[in-house]
Design a protein around this ligand. Structure first.
Ligand SMILES: *[C@@H]1O[C@H](CO)[C@@H](O)[C@H](O)[C@H]1NC(C)=O
Length: 305
């Protein structure tokens, strides 16, 4: 009886040891400490690549392949990106944004394996298409983001705000403190970029964008309305001059930042972000800035369906 008891205790002990060992091995096999957060952390690489290339090309005339070639990881060079005609101040600011995106790519890739640079369509035609959709008619001549400073700033208005709302949406989905810290830190700088672009445009809000005969403020309102329509999730996007009820604290038409009635940032899910970036309002149908679709587990899960 005693012998049997000892043997069964030994078996139980061995069983527990094997369990512990396999648990240890399984946790070691997880690619990063973030585990379940990996998909959410790699997703924004899509937008960070786009921003890096648009800002670096806009200010320097070349992009990651020259400035930080390792970070492209062999991904196709962007289509149609080029040097923009910018004044000294804006060129200086945009270059700094481009360099910040290099840091963002490096930070994300130091945490998750991620993916190489996706194919990006940054041609004048791709931006022209966004503006045509925003106005509901083809602009003549077609909108060219690289032609002058005001066009480049309006094109820039299109981008970091999508990242901002995406990061706000990601935060509550995260499990680990280290992931939350990373995403909050990316959000901080993305929101800063959006604020700088909006401020530069706000200074020029009454300026007429030639040859379209439309003010800067109306361009921003149209772009924001387009993003709301494509995102299909209600009001999450506001231009620079709005009905008073949507302005800062519902008291003025000025709307230097886009935020809800309590001046809290709006948030978007990855699906909403993709609907906007693909330009067609459908996360399953690539296009717009991403002719082959965005990369990473979340974006590809929509493409495979
Ligand atoms: C880039 O976008 C423009 C405008 O939508 C389109 O005409 C062109 O074919 C696109 N290029 C690629 C390679 O997808």
């Amino acid at each position: 009886m005693a012998l049997v008891h000892i043997s069964s205790t030994t078996t139980t002990t061995t069983f527990i040891l094997v369990l512990l060992a396999s648990f240890f091995l399984i946790s070691r096999a997880t690619p990063t400490p973030e585990g379940s957060d990996v998909d959410y952390i790699e997703f924004p690489l899509n937008l960070e690549y786009l921003e890096a290339e648009f800002y670096l090309f806009g200010s320097l005339g070349h992009g990651l392949d020259v400035v930080a070639p390792g970070l492209a990881h062999g991904g196709h060079p962007p289509i149609g990106a080029r040097l923009a005609k910018l004044g000294f101040l804006v060129k200086d600011i945009i270059l700094q944004f481009g360099l910040q995106e290099i840091g963002h790519l490096r930070a994300i890739k130091s945490r998750v394996r991620g993916f190489p640079r996706p194919l990006l369509n940054l041609s004048s035609a791709a931006f022209g298409q966004v503006m045509n959709s925003a106005f509901g008619r083809p602009l003549h001549p077609p909108f060219d983001p690289y032609a002058n400073e005001i066009n480049y700033l309006l094109a820039s208005y299109v981008i970091p705000y999508i990242g901002l709302t995406g990061y706000v949406g990601t935060n509550p989905e995260l499990q680990h403190a280290t992931s939350k810290k990373l995403i909050a830190s990316l959000l901080g700088v993305e929101a800063g970029q959006d604020a700088v672009i909006r401020t530069l445009l706000y200074e020029r809000r009454t300026q007429i964008v030639h040859p379209y005969g439309v003010s800067v403020a109306e361009f921003t309102n149209r772009i924001s309305i387009l993003r709301n329509r494509l995102g299909k999730a209600g009001l999450k996007d506001e231009g620079l001059v709005v009905p008073i009820s949507e302005g800062s604290d519902g008291r003025v038409p000025g709307n230097i930042l886009s935020a809800d009635k309590d001046s809290l940032s709006y948030s978007r899910t990855p699906a909403e972000v993709l609907r906007i970036l693909y330009g067609g309002g459908d996360e399953h149908v690539p296009g717009g800035f991403y002719p082959n679709g965005a990369d990473g587990h979340i974006a590809r899960s929509y493409l495979n369906n």
